[in-house]
Design a protein. Structure first.
Length: 133
């Protein structure tokens, strides 16, 4: 009868190990990126471009990309693909339209539809963002 107390730590360790190594269930923190590039605005007056810094938050667990204050769009690409591709939900009128970011080079392209200013097109390169404070 005295074997159970000695077996309990081993059983708990095995359960913990099994929970930790389940494939495909890695819940990483969202990746926060700072992207520097050009924001082009295309509307009835033509197209203008200016230097711009855009923040992206890639949340693999939620399956979404948040583009600055412009909104969130679902990820369409497979988790192991070289690029994260995202697109607005069908029926969306304004906000993030489409986008992609290469996981290795950081090259990003994002299109944003606004109700007042026309189409915003961002092209740039992203790097991991550090929290400033």
């Amino acid at each position: 009868g005295g074997g159970w107390p000695m077996q309990r730590p081993t059983a708990i360790a095995l359960i913990v190990a099994a929970l930790m190594i389940r494939p495909g269930v890695v819940q990483a923190e969202p990746a926060r990126l700072a992207c520097e590039g050009k924001m082009r605005v295309q509307n009835a007056n033509g197209e203008t471009a200016e230097n711009y810094v855009l923040s992206l938050v890639i949340d693999q667990a939620a399956g979404t990309v948040t583009v600055g204050s412009y909104g969130t769009a679902p990820i369409l690409s497979q988790p192991d693909s070289d690029a994260v591709v995202f697109m607005a939900q069908p029926g969306s009128v304004a906000g993030v339209s489409t986008g992609s970011i290469n996981r290795f080079t950081g090259v990003a392209s994002v299109h944003i539809i606004t109700l007042t200013d026309g189409l915003y097109k961002f092209y740039g390169r992203c790097k991991p963002a550090q929290r400033l404070f």
